[in-house]
Design a protein around this ligand. Structure first.
Ligand code: UDP
Length: 383
């Protein structure tokens, strides 16, 4: 069998970027993935001309110019701006929290009135100390009313935990604005690759050997024998057969429907922020591309996905690492196990393993962060 400088396990963003960089530096690379397609969780599938985000909505946004220029080499991005709508028991609110939201919630009209109202609402949490959990963080950011209607139910459904038991950082990514700006992200650059993410990853992997339906963990010895180094982007606890226990993940289940109508909800994302509705959100995929096909014609049908969040159990797809204290400690144990394993591998003349990506590093990375990380690690590795 042929030998490779790098065997990359996982054809998602981290793996594809690393592979692309290694190939560019003249290295030989093999990418394998146990799924039957490339692109990992950013995979998009064509249904009636609609690019369906098979593993959940992905909206590319970044402040990192280097990353933005990098991805633009592999795809042209459209002008999509994420502006989800919150549905609380049939009441609709604009997200992220901005003047439209405050006006609907309290009837305030000017930024000054909104600030006054928010100050009053925030006073519940003392200003002189850091919020200790997500609930405190949320209330100190937007106050009790918005917390109860737009955060609490959604967050508890998504994470399956009480907001008092969740880390504050999860909510920090949500902006608060005194303008009429429904752009969900505070990012300089934003958009969706035209024609879908799969095409973008395909371009990254151009000229690189890819084998699908191949499971490294089932054939470790065979694969260790053909590579000088390994880049592993799967779950780090699974690499070690969960020997120190399970890291916790949230998983997501999608109920997809193809509907014979032009528009179901008139927006790409509607979040259901009450506790009673069993799904967290509904994605209507055609709106990521403005409801048009490649030639600019309106698409007559629509595909929606109801998203249900669940606790990960063996056999499920892991989506979100639960980055709380307990799991952080367990991850550190796996990390030191990984170091020991690499020392052992070196001594035995086996390829050492670089663990990367959301699952390999057990970190709630956004797409741009994963790409930045893969660029950074590969640059260090390939210099
Ligand atoms: N969130 C919320 N209400 C919303 C949307 C988000 O409370 O309507 C909170 C929730 O805690 C969630 C976090 O913000 O976990 C980040 O949500 P986002 O939708 O940005 O994360 P994604 O699932 O898209 O990675």
């Amino acid at each position: 069998m042929e030998r490779y400088d790098y065997l990359i396990i996982g054809a998602g963003l981290y793996g594809a970027v690393f592979a692309q960089q290694a190939k560019e530096k003249g290295k030989t690379v093999l990418v394998i993935d146990r799924r039957d397609h490339i692109a990992g969780n950013v995979y998009t599938e064509d249904v009636e001309g609609i690019k369906v985000h098979k593993y959940g909505a992905h909206i590319f946004h970044t402040n990192n110019k280097q990353v933005w220029e990098y991805v633009n080499k592999f795809a042209e991005f459209n002008r999509f701006t994420n502006s989800p709508v919150a549905n609380y028991k049939g009441e609709l609110y604009s997200l992220p929290f901005n003047m439209y939201t405050f006006n609907k919630m309290w009837g305030v009209v000017t930024p000054e009135e909104a600030k006054e109202k928010l100050e009053e609402q925030r006073a519940e949490i003392p200003k002189d100390r850091e919020p200790v959990n997500l609930e405190e963080q949320a209330i100190s950011l937007v106050g009790r009313d918005i917390y109860e209607k737009l955060i609490k139910g959604y967050t508890e459904k998504q994470w399956g935990r009480d907001c008092k038991d969740l880390p504050a950082f999860i909510i920090k990514r949500l902006p608060v604005r005194y303008t009429f700006d429904n752009n969900y992200f505070n990012a300089l650059y934003q958009g969706i690759p035209m024609g879908g993410y799969t095409g973008m990853v395909e371009h990254m992997l151009e000229g690189i050997e890819v084998k699908l339906g191949e499971d490294y963990l089932e054939n470790k010895e065979k694969y260790d024998a053909i590579a000088d180094k390994i880049v592993y982007t799967g779950a780090i606890d699974q690499f070690f057969d969960y020997s120190k226990g399970y890291l916790e993940y949230r998983s997501v289940r999608f109920e997809n429907e193809l509907l014979d109508m032009e528009s179901f909800q008139g927006n790409a994302a509607v979040n259901y922020t009450d506790r009673e509705t069993p799904w967290t959100r509904i994605i209507e995929h055609k709106w990521f591309e403005f409801g048009k096909d490649e030639d600019g014609n309106d698409l007559p049908k629509t595909v929606i996905s109801r998203e249900y969040s669940s606790e990960w159990k063996p056999g499920d797809e892991p989506y979100y690492p639960v980055n709380d204290e307990k799991n952080g400690k367990l991850y550190m144990e796996y990390k030191s196990l990984a170091e020991k394993e690499n020392n052992r591998r070196k001594a035995e003349g086996k390829p050492v393993v670089i663990y990367g990506g959301r699952l390999g590093e057990y970190k709630y990375y956004d797409m741009d962060q994963v790409i930045a990380r893969a660029l950074e690690v590969s640059a260090e590795e390939l210099k």
